[in-house]
Write a protein that binds this ligand. Structure first.
Ligand code: NI
Length: 173
């Protein structure tokens, strides 16, 4: 399993709209393995293919305590959202160190293919519902900071660009 490079905001590639996965084949299964390795290594609870510069509709999630219940969603579609909403602090592996409140549906129903290529329906609430909505946004080219005020977003953009410069200087040493 290979650890993949995670794109960081404001990398413009994060705004690419993902295409449907054409076939759940060996290539996709290998990609899922690499994405899970990458997500667990980065201690994240979700990762969209968009974040590793693969623009296909695929996300991996694990919100379990034991980090042993991976959920793979291929070509996911939210088919129902509760009218009730909730504001939760969110973070993102593409925006390290930034956490802020985002309002989302409290519960959702999502349909997606699993690794066997079978259509599954998942009902989710709580953290899982938040995570699925956050990851599906990535597939549409949307990063959670886009829900925040322009002022906050600009601050985050500057912070990320400065961090990138510092990291590059560090690597150059
Ligand atoms: Ni994210």
């Amino acid at each position: 399993m290979t650890q993949l490079t995670i794109l960081r905001y404001p990398d413009p590639r994060l705004h690419t709209v993902a295409q449907p996965v054409a076939a759940v084949d060996a290539r996709i299964r290998a990609l899922v393995g690499d994405m899970l390795t990458t997500m667990y290594e980065a201690q994240g609870i979700g990762l969209a293919a968009s974040q590793v510069n693969v623009h296909e509709q695929l996300v991996v999630i694990d919100v379990s305590e034991g980090r042993d219940q991976p959920l793979v969603l291929i070509n996911p579609e939210i088919v129902w959202s509760s009218p009730e909403t909730q504001v939760n602090d969110e973070g993102c592996l593409s925006v390290p160190g930034v956490y802020d409140g985002v309002e989302r549906a409290s519960a959702i129903r999502v349909q997606a293919l699993d690794l066997g290529g079978n259509l599954q329906t998942h009902n989710a609430d709580g953290l899982l519902a938040v995570c699925i909505q956050h990851e599906l946004d990535h597939l549409m080219g949307k990063v959670f900071v886009e829900y925040l005020s322009p002022l906050k977003r600009n601050r985050i953009r500057s912070k990320m660009l400065k961090q990138k410069k510092d990291d590059e200087r560090e690597e150059a040493r």
